[in-house]
Design a protein around this ligand. Sequence first.
Ligand SMILES: Cc1ncc(COP(=O)(O)O)c(C=O)c1O
Length: 393
Amino acid sequence: MQTTQAFPSKLPNVGTTIFTVMSKLAADTGALNLSQGYPNFNTDPVLIELVAKAMRDGHNQYAPMPGVPVLREAIAQKTARCYNVAYNPETEITVTTGATEAIYAAITTVVQPDRSAGPDEVIVFEPAYDSYVPAIELSGGKPVFVSLDAPGSAIDWNVVRGKITDRTRLIIVNTPHNPTGYVWTTDDLNQLADLVQKHNLFVISDEVYEHLIFDERVHHSLMQHPLLRERTFVVGSFGKTFHTTGWKIGYCLAPTDLTAEFRKVHQFVTFSVSTPMQYALAEYLRNPAPYEALPAFYQRKRDLFLQSIHHSRFQFVPSEGTFFQNVSYAGITSEPDYDLAVRLTRDIGVASIPVSVFYHDRTDHKTLRFCFAKDDETLVQAGERLTRWSLNQ
Ligand SMILES: Cc1ncc(COP(=O)(O)O)c(C=O)c1O
């Protein structure tokens, strides 16, 4: 029976994501895959052994809905250590299925379709990670875009102020920022806090790259601003921090009243998260060394990749944070970034992500995003191929 005709899509503009498309193309063509954001090296064997131990110890049934208490306690301790901010593990910390679920649940918690004569509006900085807008739309909200003028550029707060209306309900922040690498400053936090106070807004702060930050920069978590701490869902992920993106374990920190509503959504999206992995992470978090080593670890990889394209015709500003490096090819060719990303995958075997996919209107700054969470040989080989290609154009 044909049902599709009478079945309206709730996300008519959404297709298969570019990440799936490029990773498949890379696999089909045997290209070096610097597109999707995940490491091509393994996590710490100590962490793997802790999972196996938790399984052997019988931690194989449903976890409590907000997360196992020892993990919530460990997250509270890590947060206090890193940012000197206290969260109550009982009432303010929820373990989620990756940051993606936390973001979805937080958006669903806050955004309403018709609260004040029209849909709630949500400020989204573009280029933007691709899960934000569909989640806003599924809640009947309206995304309002603020463009970060060129990739890597700072936030123009006058533009942000100009986009605030009576219906603005939420602002989504991502620092360090995928795909530009931009890291929020304390001035950004103060500017945001002014707006939040004046217009009674909520904030989701996607901080999954909190430990991937370079050149002696400091990650300013939104929780460190007292006013923002009371209005913000801070989202973290163990995927980026411990090279375990496939485990999909993240968390949300928010004040008690926000967490109470957040958990109502979370319990009907996934209810709870993989039990043995939660026990393993709780134990592993006792040692800060693995996450404290991350800035140096990834800065070396960033520099290795940049060194390998140093003599190319690509232009770039070293990434401030995340494991992504944007490079401009504007001086080489004028072809659309999507076409070039596909062509480079096919012709020279290097897959990347065209940055236009992070804009709702596909703004094309002639920029490609490369993920440098790869082994050294892959980075150097990719750089050599890109350099050779650029010099032959
Ligand atoms: C900015 C940003 N937020 C969230 C996520 C998703 O994190 P998780 O895998 O923990 O769901 C990613 C993954 O690439 C990301 O880049």
